[in-house]
Design a protein around this ligand. Structure first.
Ligand code: NAP
Ligand code: F7E
Length: 343
């Protein structure tokens, strides 16, 4: 019987899938929250899933939702996890301007519902539950901007997403101070991978550039090319999440590479790897602009480095290259299927 039992909300997402892999490799029993969907939404974790009737299975999935306090509470009482990672969210900043109330209900109040359920189960069972909150560099927002941003930088979110994440951040800090919960916030800067959702700018670029390279499309429409982000590799960032919960004392940590690049630079690198020039294919579409933009995010992860011993292992160029290479394989497969009349 594993002594470490983790519950992950958002297990079907980019980070959830890498975190589940990490925890399983470390011998944990892992429980993931999934949402009911009319189509399959478990692509990123299918390789981890085994029939629960088989012996030795340590990965389990449960239906619940961050808006459903009763289901969260029931799940916590049933599983009695030693660690809870709250990664579930409406995570798209642009979409949060279209659905601000929905975003707040999941990202802000959903986190509060989970914190309340943890407080309750901890009191009843008498065993501590360690909690990780997926905070975001979007809580810094900006204007006037302090660059680089660190744990002491003032928060000034510029989107409904950022504001909802800031509420969840402060509630996590409050539960730590008010109830002694071992609760930590990872203020993570942008992190990407070949598993990144296809409407975030990095993946949108690598998907389009590779489809253009094999002749499946010709143009890519983007918004603000001058925004700068601190882009790291998601596989590195889930290590930092785990390390936070292994500390004797809970705290909040910036997790970042310390380097920033513009969206234009990302396009340049991605298209160049394919022997293309981005300005021959990229066009502007104002629909992808945000009512309020965060112009420059770059993190100072000194605390994570000194206390957790955490360091990023993938450079910007390596990140772009691995995403392009993975998407090129997908684009080639798509082309083959199309040529065989399957699409
Ligand atoms: P993601 O790929 O968009 O995954 C989000 C996850 O949340 C998915 O599993 C999604 O389920 C789930 N979810 C959405 N609504 C939910 C609800 N109402 N109840 C339960 N689960 C729900 O996001 P990610 O990139 O892995 O990011 C993980 C977390 O870190 C998020 O909280 C995000 O806001 C935060 N964050 C991300 C970054 C980044 O650069 N990636 C940086 C800072 C912070 P479905 O698959 O069913 O949609
Ligand atoms: O945009 C610009 C856009 O949507 C990055 C989430 O994981 O990281 C992510 O939020 C930049 C912005 O990520 C397009 O205006 C230009 O300046 O890839 P993104 P994000 O908004 O930084 C933070 C840390 C999180 O916490 C979030 O969950 O790229 N941009 N043209 C575009 N962005 C998109 N999506 N699409 C475009 O066409």
């Amino acid at each position: 019987m594993p002594t470490n039992r983790a519950l992950i909300t958002g297990v079907t997402g980019q980070d959830g899938s890498y975190l589940a892999e990490l925890l399983l490799a470390r011998g944990y029993e892992v429980h993931g929250v999934i949402r009911r969907s009319s189509s399959f939404n478990t692509d990123r974790i299918d390789h981890l899933y085994r029939d629960p009737h088989e012996p030795g299975v340590r990965f389990f999935l449960h239906y619940a939702d961050l808006t459903d306090a009763a289901a969260l509470s029931r799940l916590l009482h049933r599983i009695q996890p030693t660690e809870v990672y709250n990664l579930g969210a409406q995570s798209h900043v642009r979409v949060s301007f279209d659905q601000p109330v929905f975003t707040a209900e999941i990202n802000a109040v959903g986190t509060l519902k989970l914190l309340e359920a943890i407080r309750d189960v901890q009191d009843r069972v008498g065993r501590p539950v360690r909690f990780y909150q997926a905070s975001s560099s979007e809580i810094f927002g900006g204007t006037p901007q302090e660059v680089p941003q660190r744990e002491t930088t003032p928060f000034r979110p510029r989107s409904p997403y950022g504001a909802a994440k800031l509420y969840a951040h402060w509630m996590t800090v409050n539960y730590r101070e008010a109830y002694g919960l071992h609760a930590s916030c990872g203020i993570l800067f942008n992190h990407e991978s070949e598993r990144r959702g296809e409407t975030f700018v990095t993946r949108k670029i690598t998907r389009a550039a590779t489809r253009i390279a094999v002749g499946l499309q010709h143009k890519l429409f983007l918004g603000n090319l001058e925004a700068r982000r601190d882009w790291g590799f998601a596989g590195d960032y889930v290590q930092a999440m785990w390390l936070m919960l292994q500390q004797e004392r809970p705290d909040d940590y910036v997790v970042a590479t310390g380097e920033s690049h513009s969206v234009r630079e990302f396009c340049d690198r991605a298209f160049s790897r394919l022997g293309l020039k981005y300005h021959d294919h990229v066009e502007h579409d104002p629909r992808y602009l945000r009512p309020t933009e965060v112009e420059h995010l770059m993190g100072d992860a000194t605390r994570a480095r000194t206390v957790l011993g955490w360091r990023p292992s993938v450079t910007f160029d390596e990140l772009v290259d691995r995403m392009v290479d993975a998407d090129l394989a997908l684009a080639r497969r798509e082309l083959t299927l199309q040529q065989a009349g399957h699409k």
